[in-house]
Design a protein around this ligand. Structure first.
Ligand SMILES: C[S@@+](CC[C@H](N)C(=O)[O-])C[C@H]1O[C@@H](n2cnc3c(N)ncnc32)[C@H](O)[C@@H]1O
Length: 218
């Protein structure tokens, strides 16, 4: 099973209606290669957000940057549908949501050099020692992420978890062809805020934020 149930969310349009609009993709899209130009109906640069949750960042990014396309990959079916509903109601034609496991999409579906920017905000930290191997950001995954980035493309990651931040920094630094351009303890500085739901919740709790980005140079 690809999608996971997650929490119930209120939708104005049913998932079937959202799939008919094309904003919410059929889960079978994750079964094979994805031609991004066909998916969006144009050849504009494509960004992806991994673990897009309820879509707050994705919607704002798409509205602010109509010259790019953005694909959200989120494995909770309710959240993917919720974000698609918001994008559709906002009249955004540069957003697509795919309910799937991002590890599978990154390793099997997206072509080498096909993406201009990858956003990963507040990935699940899996703090218990016995769950550490569930963390998304590990060497094989980042090697593959680097592969789908175009030359000069960037990956941007923000977390509130100090230990995960150190792990991510180590993994980025040891990946061939990626150079780290930013790795900061951003604390509570609003100038680093990206605008996701988890970020808003954690900012109220007073948590510190850590931001990283890296560029593909070869
Ligand atoms: C802590 S939440 C952060 C959500 C959003 N980025 C935010 O900041 O509000 C992590 C999200 O990543 C999703 N996620 C975790 N692993 C995933 C995977 N392998 N593929 C797709 N989505 C995943 C979870 O379902 C969840 O919505």
């Amino acid at each position: 099973m690809r999608s996971r149930p997650g929490r119930k969310v209120r939708l104005r349009n049913t998932p079937e209606q959202l799939r008919a609009t094309g904003v919410l993709l059929d889960e079978a899209v994750a079964d094979g290669p994805i031609d991004l130009a066909v998916l969006f109906g144009n050849g504009r640069p494509v960004e992806i957000e991994i673990g897009s949750g309820k879509g707050a960042f994705l919607i704002k990014r798409a509205a602010d940057r109509p010259e790019i396309n953005i694909l959200g990959i989120e494995w909770l079916g309710g959240y993917a549908a919720y974000a698609a509903d918001r994008a559709f109601r906002a009249g955004l034609n540069n957003v697509r949501l795919l309910c799937a496991d991002a590890e599978q999409v990154i390793s099997k579906c997206l072509a080498e050099g096909s993406v201009s920017r990858i956003h990963i905000y507040f990935p699940d930290p899996w703090p218990k020692r016995k769950h550490l191997n569930r963390r998304l950001i590990k060497p094989n995954f980042i090697t593959r992420l680097r592969g789908i980035l175009r030359l000069g493309g960037t990956v941007r990651i923000v977390t509130d978890h100090a230990d995960y931040f150190r792990q991510i920094r180590r993994v980025l630094a040891s990946t061939n062809g990626l150079t780290s351009v930013r790795s900061v303890d951003a604390g509570q500085s609003e100038s680093w805020f990206v605008g996701t739901n988890f970020e808003k919740k954690y900012a109220i709790e007073g948590r510190r934020f850590y931001a990283l980005s890296a560029i593909r140079y070869e």
